[in-house]
Design a binder for this molecule. Structure first.
Ligand code: AMP
Ligand code: MG
Length: 337
């Protein structure tokens, strides 16, 4: 199929909304990463998302709504803590897992009886939700396993010929996917995927925030994933990625042993001066690193990198989200010096 590239004028957004209403899949900008959107209540449309991405059928999709009050239509129970969190973090890069009702088919929820609900803040995504009148299921718009897309061009690279259209809304602001949380009890939240709403942010609303073990650790063979996405290889460019947790002196010494044409280092902005090998910088602080991490991994592939050594980010605040993505793109290959 031909994939149309649409702009963000009202007329073009009406076209995107019409395609979604008619059961097609459209690449849509959000403030986190680009999503692959379809009508979450239409099984056939949702199947097209899984097919375009090559996504395993048991990996559930997040459902995007215009307002948190709309969550009543698709869930059976909304705990008071979920409402308090939504008041503070919605709209934004924040997803709450809730018990779903029959309006959300099991195809969308990956067979689970729960559904992730997010209220995106990006004006283009919001307008498309409103114009279509649909709850929009939207996973990241990459081929399963590859780094998530933060520009319309990235979506085209992965999805050209596989979906009806891509809407270009500029570069995604945050650059990593939403924080996904589950409600453990009336005062406790469990982070299933870290994002730009951090543990510290949530502690302002609830007493206890648990960071799920699988966020920084590889699941054991018989361990059950709290979130199905944790089971799968993720965010990997073509190049082999190794994460190195050390200062820049040790990092430089380690990388020097492997130096070669197709070997690159992904380092911090402040590391660049005098760094003697092929390199790319991905930011000076955690917010910048979140913004740049996926586009940097895609860029390294374009540069022909076969091996990439990444200087591990801090795990504080938003850094936890960056570390979580990188440790997965490295297949949990971490060198601590
Ligand atoms: P993506 O679609 O790429 O943004 O990934 C969505 C993430 O949210 C995946 O890691 C899913 O496993 C997770 N997720 C979505 N819905 C649920 C759910 N109902 N329960 C647990 N995790 C979920
Ligand atoms: Mg994804």
């Amino acid at each position: 199929m031909e994939t149309q590239l649409l702009g963000d004028s009202l007329q073009q957004l009406e076209k995107a909304a019409e395609l979604i209403k008619n059961g097609e899949v459209v690449g849509i900008p959000t403030e986190t990463v680009y999503g692959l959107g379809a009508d979450a209540s239409n099984e056939e449309a949702v199947r097209k998302i899984f097919a375009a991405k090559g996504r395993p059928a048991d990996n559930p999709l997040i459902v995007h709504l215009a307002d948190f009050s709309d969550a009543e239509k698709y869930t059976t129970r909304i705990p008071a803590l979920a409402r308090r969190l939504a008041e503070k973090f919605c709209p934004g890069p924040f997803t709450i897992i809730l018990p779903k009702n029959d309006k959300i088919p099991h195809v969308t929820s990956g067979g689970l009886d729960t559904v992730g609900i997010r209220i995106p803040a990006h004006p283009v995504m919001r307008r498309i939700i409103e114009l279509s009148g649909c709850p929009i299921a939207a996973p990241s718009a990459n081929t399963s396993g590859l780094p998530s897309p933060t520009t319309a061009a990235h979506v085209m690279d992965d999805m050209k010929g596989k979906i009806a259209a891509v809407v270009d809304g500029g570069q995604s602001e945050f650059g990593v996917e939403s924080t996904v949380i589950a409600i453990e009890n009336e005062n406790t939240v469990r982070i299933l995927r870290p994002g730009c709403v951090t543990r510290e942010d949530m502690l302002e609303v609830c007493g206890n925030v648990i960071i799920d073990h699988a966020i920084l650790n590889e699941l054991g063979k018989d361990e059950k994933a709290a979130s199905p996405g944790m089971k799968y290889k993720h965010y990997s460019p073509k190049a082999d990625v190794v994460l190195i947790d050390s200062d820049i002196e040790q990092f430089t010494a380690y990388v020097g042993r492997y130096n070669g044409d197709k070997v690159y280092s992904l380092i911090f902005d402040g590391d660049k001066e005098g760094f003697p090998y092929n390199c790319l910088a991905y930011g000076a602080d955690s917010l910048q690193q979140a913004h740049n991490v996926f586009s940097a991994l895609r860029q390294l592939d374009e540069m022909g990198a076969e091996k990439v050594f990444v200087r591990a980010p801090s795990t504080d605040g938003v850094g936890l989200a960056v570390y979580n993505r990188l440790i997965r793109s490295a297949g949990f290959e971490v060198i601590r010096i």
